[in-house]
Design a protein around this ligand. Structure first.
Ligand SMILES: Cc1cc2ncn([C@H]3O[C@H](COP(=O)(O)O)[C@@H](O)[C@H]3O)c2cc1C
Ligand SMILES: O=C(O)c1cccnc1
Length: 347
């Protein structure tokens, strides 16, 4: 499969007529001009993505992409790799944070086994798309072969195609994946690693220094992995690669993409380096407590909706931001204008 086949074209959403109509509609609502603040920016974005002055959100899909990481054997996380499969069980049993939030908000939760080091029993809500029993140790070679990486991206596209609705909320699970996300940010953003690495699940100072040392060696091991797909294969992870495919396909289909935290942000970064117009389809849910996330958001020119000090992942931030998207659509559709309500406009 050529890169051309794997990575679809994604046109810009630029539509000056629709944008003007949306701005007019928002400005004529019964409120001081601009008074709904960033909710107005959100209304505009949702209208542009869905191509209408009255967008409606249908059958939102929260997909949690899960995989293990070979690098985790080097002690870059505060928790053992087994937590990945155990949390997948927890998601499916309905007991994880994201399970509760998805239930509360009526989001369809599916868990994707992109490469967890465990064999799951098939059951509803679990999409088995396993590429390998975890990624390889990137200090010894690439995390994924070029073929594995391409297969993961393609699988992400196919999975998304089969899901209904017009909104994708991204989530992930994979012990060690803040390391992969940090490496992708450093390599694709051209930043010093120290600005990109954080405590993940809760490393202390000594453990953080060790993580930085391991990640420095990973960068040195792959000096030529500079292109997005090469960096993804060498330094990424199976769940991140699968999210890249899902994001590209969601963008092709003009779905709203709700981006969670640092790791889902890394997948969007790779996708945006390949196809910049992906970013026009994204809503950034929150600013994570993970220290590299600020730089990640700056790189993506993102202005996230929430800042709750979350450092969980799973799609928990995306689920928490969901009611704001729902409100934006409701207000755009139902709030009266100065003309219809007979309210006097400003002098
Ligand atoms: C119980 C538990 C539940 C989680 N849910 C998400 N993560 C989060 O932590 C991991 C990334 O951090 P690091 O790179 O430090 O391993 C990912 O699995 C992420 O989704 C969890 C982590 C744990 C321990
Ligand atoms: O921002 C995130 O998504 C995040 C941060 C720490 C641990 N897991 C996820």
């Amino acid at each position: 499969m050529t890169t051309q086949d794997l990575i679809p074209e994604i046109p810009s959403l630029l539509d000056t007529r629709l944008e003007a109509a949306l701005r007019h509609r928002i400005d004529r609502k019964t409120k001081p001009l601009g008074a709904l603040g960033r909710l107005e920016t959100l209304m505009l974005r949702l209208g542009l993505i869905l191509g209408t002055e009255t967008p409606t959100l249908e059958d939102p899909q929260l997909m949690v992409f899960a995989a293990d990481h070979g690098l985790a054997a080097h002690g870059v996380s505060a928790y053992p790799s087994d937590v990945t499969w155990q949390m997948v069980e927890n998601f499916l049993a309905g007991g994880a944070a994201v399970s509760v939030l998805a239930r509360q908000h009526g989001l369809t939760l599916s868990v994707v086994d992109a490469g967890v080091r465990h064999t799951f029993q098939p059951r509803p809500g679990l999409l088995i798309a396993k590429i390998a029993m975890g990624s390889a140790d990137m200090l010894a070679g690439p995390a994924m072969s070029t073929e594995e990486c391409a297969t993961a991206v393609a699988a992400g596209k196919t999975l998304l195609q089969k899901r209904p609705g017009n909104v994708l909320l991204l989530g992930e699970m994979g012990i060690g994946n803040t390391s992969a996300a940090s490496l992708l940010l450093a390599r694709l953003g051209g930043y010093p690693l120290t600005d990109c690495v954080g405590r993940g699940t809760g490393l202390d100072d000594t453990q953080l220094r060790h993580k930085l040392d391991v990640l420095t060696r990973a960068m040195q091991r792959h000096p030529r992995a500079n292109e997005p797909l090469a960096a993804l294969a060498a330094l990424g992870g199976l769940e991140i690669a699968m999210m890249v495919g899902a994001v590209l396909q969601a963008a092709v289909e003009r779905r709203v993409i709700v981006v969670d935290g640092f790791i889902t942000g890394a997948a969007v970064l790779v996708a945006a380096k390949l196809r910049p117009a992906v970013l026009e389809r994204c809503v950034f849910a929150h600013r994570s407590h993970e220290s590299g996330h600020r730089l990640m958001l700056e790189t993506l020119r993102a202005d996230p909706l929430l800042d709750l000090g979350l450092r969980l992942g799973e799609g928990s931030g995306a689920a928490l931001a969901w009611p704001l998207l729902a409100s934006a659509c409701k207000v755009l559709a139902e709030m009266a204008s100065f003309d219809t309500a007979g309210v006097s406009d400003k002098h």
